[in-house]
Design a protein around this ligand. Sequence first.
Ligand code: ZN
Length: 458
Amino acid sequence: MKLYNTLSRSVEEFTPAPPAHIGMYSCGPTVYDYQHIGHMRRYVGDDILIGVLKYNGYDVKHVMNITDVGHLVSDADSGEDKMEKGAKKFGLSVWDIAKKFEQQFFDSTEALNIKRPDVVMHATDYIAEQIALIEELEKKGFTYKTEDGIYFDTAKDSDYFKLSRQNPDELKKGARVEFISGKRNVADFALWKFSPEGEKRQMEWDSPWGIGFPGWHIECSAMSMKELGPSFDIHTGGIDHIAIHHTNEIAQSECATGKEFVRYWVHHNFLVVDGEKMSKSLGNFYTVQDVIDKGYDPMALRYLYLQTHYRQEMNFTWESLTAAQTAYHKLLREVATWDKPTKGITEFEERFSEAINDDLNTPKALGIVWELVKSDYSTAEKAASIAKMDTVFRLNIFTNAEKEQTINFPQEVMDLVKEREDFRKAGDWAASDELRNKIADLGFAIKDTKNGPVISKK
Ligand SMILES: [Zn+2]
């Protein structure tokens, strides 16, 4: 199996360290606001990676954190705390904000059939571990104190830039703005921040250095090593984590333990909408719930994600989602009438395996699935191979194909829907509404979308 390792900037042969069980840590959400379809692309990507590892016979222990404290708006340790900011925005306590958006996150992952990590760790549950790690760094001389917190001295770590490959001199030039007083080097970062004098924060803890809260980065080092040991195989995150968050995780962990922290760094690229960065102000910020509310099957979104390689930027459009949904449902209809699986087809399974083992080439692997569907092999043989391939994709092809069969809408309803569309095109809204009621009386709801009507059982 080959995997791109950000550390070496190359596709490497994946050779996990013994024992055979693989430790994998993913940076989870900061639960202060809605998680959007760009975030979800990353978690589907992790899900696929785990699927491929298991397909290759590896046992995986997957750990993910929930950042419910200490993540400042700016990566440079200045600005507001994201949690406190979210609490203000939604008029809730920080603890309730954390609960609300963790739920929204897991609702989204569930709708996309993303498997829950084996271990989910909340940063607020591991404050003692974070303090212990900072103490270790302090003991080894990597920290210093400023008026605003305990900082990591990056000048003492000769390997500090090994992941980001940044040039420290270049960094200095660009960093005038957010320089915090007392910081020795531009890249230095907070391990522990003091609560502002005379201010009671909603989340704060006692520590050997005074009342305050941990810096964002320390939680991932403390929690990943607690569950997976000082050295483990895979760490994932978005490409935006390379320069600061993951760089700081490596520095903290390796300086504290003297061991290599992580062997393979996997980074997922972004998703843009209609070629633009997603933002609430542009009105192109979508959550999985928005996708569902527009009448789409969330599994069509999962299918759409697979069509772009995880290291490429993905351009989301509603047209592409419609096309993915059409393809996905076509696939379900194809397999719905197949015979029970017997023995798979080696030729196709080998090609599939080659594609996914080539740095998770899901677009290619999906193409092979379609080639197999259209091939002349018996449906029993095809079913066996597709079922195996779907352990990687987790599109629930066979179970959803069965469900799809049960939503064969009656002809009477389909005729009414078509008739109503004709009225709508002619602008006859009264007649169109009357037919909507008729359809409702038959037990079906109709929803008009940009891409035509979507029918569902009421
Ligand atoms: Zn992290």
